[in-house]
Each structure stands twice: as C-alpha cells, then as structure tokens.
Write a protein that binds this ligand. Sequence first.
Ligand code: SF4
Length: 263
Amino acid sequence: MARLTQADLRQLNETFEERSPQELIRWAAEMFGDRLAALSSMQRGGSALCQMLSTLDVKIPVLFVDTGVLFQETYDTRDRIIEKYGLEVRTLMPKWSMEKQTQEHGVLYLSVEGQQQCCHMRKSEPLLAVSDQFDAMISSLRRSDGGNRSQLPILALDPQTNCIRINPLSTFSAEQLSEYIRENGVIVNPLHAQGYATIGCNRCTTPVMENEPGRAGRWRHLGPWSQYCGINPTDMMSPDKLSIDLPLDLVDRILGRETDFVI
Ligand code: SF4
C-alpha cells in the first residue's frame, strides 16, 4: 500500500478543471474499473449524475443510502431512475430500524450531538459497510452549493471510506445544473418543485423560503449548528489535511508515474 495525500493530487486536479463531467467519469471508469461506484441520494445533482452514467459506455453501480426515513417521493425517484436509466442501484440500509434505534437511544435527531450520532448510524455506517469493495466513489457535490463545498476539489480524499471521491459536477453552477436537467429531461425528485432545495430524511428536511440558502432546509430545528450529515468528508474538514492508502500500482497510475493516461 502507498499513502496518497491531497497535495499529491494538486496537479491532476488543476488539469481536471478543464474537463467535462463526462470526461471525468470516463477517466474514473478506466482508472478504477470494478473498484468504482457512484453515490446518489436522488436529489437533482444525483439524478443528473445517474442520467449521465446511462449515456456513457460504463458500468458503474450506484449506491443509494436508505436511512429508512426518507420521503416516499425519494423512493419513487429511485425506482423511476432504475427503470428509465437501467442502472444497477444498490440500496444500503442501516443496521437498525428507526423504531429499534429510538428504543435503544431515544429520539437522537432532536439534539446537535444526537444528530451526528443518528447520521453516523443511518448514513455513514451503511456506506462504510461496503466501502472496502471500492477505491473510488463518484459523487454529485458542487461548489455552487456554497458553504464548506465552495472549495471542493474535483478529486478529494475520503479517509473514512479510504476512497477517492470524484466530483465531476464540482464546477457546475446552479444554472448549468438546471440547464442540463432541462435539456436532457432528467428525472428529478418532485419535492424540489415544492420548495425543497435539498432533500434528506423526512425527520430533518423542510422546504426553504426564496431568500434562504438551500442548506437552511436541513436540520432547521437545530439552528445553524447542524448543516451536514458527515457522509462527505470535505463537508467536515479541510481537504488539504486528507490522505488515504491505496495499492502502490494504483497510486502510480493515478499520478501518472508509470502510465501516460490521456483523456
Ligand atoms: S438526517 Fe436526521 S433522521 Fe436522518 S440520519 Fe440524520 S439525524 Fe437521523
């Protein structure tokens, strides 16, 4: 194994700034083969990512974390995406139902500390349970989401899963995403049309008013202290401090030390 740091990826990230999302997905598919997955929570960005995957000659499974307390519209969106785009969507579940969790720990999501624990058990743990099958995961995070995502690298390291996170939509503005969705008739979660800027669990997500930032609809009952669930490492810590361990030959190929890969 070899240590890969975020600093090692600086040059590659600079060249990737000019690449289209589709080029980045193709690069990832070539580089990581069957050790690559995509993540989608069936929000607008995740839906656009799924549609893109369906138009490329790649076979990448989509991981969907089902906390057990999502909106019915989200499950329906997942099912429509599977049917229309023909993707392999793997639904990941937490160990316990919300009922069992509440019996054991009480209603966690009503306090800041409890929210972190609940999100860890219901979102992060199901992903961690399968993460050793992968070296890289494609996500749909965008800098235009603002907040901690405004500096999001295209390639970011995830020490929790020991994977590279590839963010092909990183440079998409909100307008570009809307245009892509419109032009390609992407299936979108109908809750977006009801004022939900972002969509998570039904316990912790509300619509937002026009003058509010999108994240205001997440954990509104907890005030400004809770904005992220923790499943995305760059939401929680500066990317510069991140590192992971991957097989040496893979690190060499990623950094172009042995092969001269051109996309
Ligand atoms: S969003 Fe709320 S209900 Fe969902 S896992 Fe996090 S704290 Fe629990």
